[in-house]
Design a protein around this ligand. Structure first.
Ligand code: AMP
Length: 278
C-alpha cells in the first residue's frame, strides 16, 4: 500500500525520504480519486519514467460550479489505496482546508488553450484546474507529471501553465483508456443507469464517423452531423462537437495540420466528454 499523507509538510517529508533512499526522480499523477484503469495507466506510465510515484487524490471545489456535482462526486479513498497497491509510493489526499486555507485569495487566470469549448459551458473550470494543479506541482515538485488525453483541453492548459510559470516539471500526455465498446473510462460513468450506459457508448462511435466524414467534407458539416447523431442516439443535450487544431485548439476550416475532434454531451444529469485525433 502507498504511504498516505494529508498535509503538504508531510508530503514534502515523505518525498525527501524517498530521495534520500535513492529514488531521486519523482513522477506525479494528479487525480480526483474514484480511481479506474485509466488513472492506473497514468500511474504505470509514471512508474516507467520515474523512480517513485506520488498520486494526489483531491476533489477540487474551485473547478466545480455551484450547480455541478461536487457533493455527489464519488469519494472512495480506501478502495483507491487498494487499487494503487504497490504501484504508488505516496498518496497525497489533502482536506479542502489544506489546499485552500482560511483567507485563500490567490488563483490563476488562464487564456490561450482554455478559450472556448469547455470554457463556454464551465466558465470557471480552467481557472480552478490551473490553480489546483499549480499548487499540487509546487507542493510535490515532481520531475514529471502525467495527464490524460481524455481531458484534452485540460492537458493543453496544464502544459501551457507549466511552461508559463517555468515550473521545472515535464508534463506528459497519456492516451485515453476505453471500455470494450469504446466509451472512455471516467469516474462519472458510475452515474449512468444501464440504459444511459448504452447511449454513452455511442459517443465514441459518432466521433469516429465524424472523423471519416471530415476527411472528405467540410468540417462544419461533419460537426453538425455528429451533433444530430448524438441527439438521435438519445443524448439529452449536446454542448459541442468541434474539430480544432490539435496544438492550439484554434478554429480550422481544413485538415492541413494535426487536428482533434472534441465533444461534450449530457445524458440526463451526467456530462460526458471525449476527443480523438482526426
Ligand atoms: P480525474 O480524476 O478525472 O481528474 O482524472 C485524473 C487524470 O486521469 C486526468 O489527467 C485525466 O485526464 C486522466 N484520465 C481520466 N480518465 C482517463 C482515461 N479514460 N484514460 C486516460 N486518462 C484518464
Amino acid at each position: 500500500m502507498p504511504k498516505l499523507v494529508t498535509t503538504i509538510a508531510d508530503l514534502r517529508e515523505a518525498l525527501a525520504a524517498l530521495k534520500a533512499a535513492g529514488k531521486p526522480r519523482i513522477g506525479m499523477v494528479p487525480t480526483m480519486g474514484a480511481l479506474h484503469q485509466g488513472h492506473l495507466s497514468l500511474v504505470q506510465q509514471a512508474r516507467g519514467r520515474a523512480d517513485a510515484v506520488v498520486v494526489s487524490i483531491f476533489v477540487n471545489p474551485t473547478q466545480f460550479a455551484p450547480h455541478e456535482d461536487f457533493d455527489a462526486y464519488p469519494r472512495t479513498l480506501d478502495a483507491d489505496l487498494e487499487k494503487l497497491g504497490p504501484q504508488a509510493d505516496i498518496v497525497f489526499a489533502p482536506a479542502v482546508r489544506e489546499m485552500y486555507p482560511d483567507g485563500h485569495a490567490t488563483s490563476l487566470s488562464v487564456a490561450g488553450p482554455s478559450a472556448g469549448l469547455e470554457t463556454d459551458f464551465r466558465p470557471h473550470f480552467f481557472s480552478g484546474v490551473a490553480t489546483v494543479v499549480a499548487k499540487l506541482l509546487i507542493a510535490a515538485l515532481p520531475d514529471i507529471a502525467m495527464f490524460g488525453e481524455k481531458d484534452y483541453q485540460q492537458l493543453l492548459v496544464v502544459k501551457r501553465l507549466a511552461h508559463d510559470l517555468a515550473l521545472p516539471v515535464e508534463i506528459v500526455g497519456v492516451p485515453t483508456l476505453r471500455e470494450a465498446d469504446g466509451l472512455a473510462l471516467s469516474s462519472r460513468n458510475a452515474y449512468l443507469s444501464a440504459d444511459e450506459r448504452k447511449i454513452a457508448g455511442e459517443l465514441n462511435v459518432i466521433l469516429k464517423r465524424a472523423i471519416a466524414r471530415a476527411r472528405g467534407e467540410d468540417l462544419r458539416a461533419a460537426e453538425a452531423e455528429a451533433i444530430e447523431a448524438l441527439w438521435a442516439a438519445g443524448f439529452s443535450h449536446v454542448d459541442y462537437v468541434a474539430i480544432r487544431d490539435a496544438e492550439s485548439l484554434d478554429h480550422i476550416t481544413r485538415l492541413e495540420r494535426p487536428a482533434r475532434i472534441l465533444a461534450a454531451a449530457k445524458i440526463g444529469k451526467t456530462r460526458l466528454i471525449d476527443n480523438m485525433a482526426v
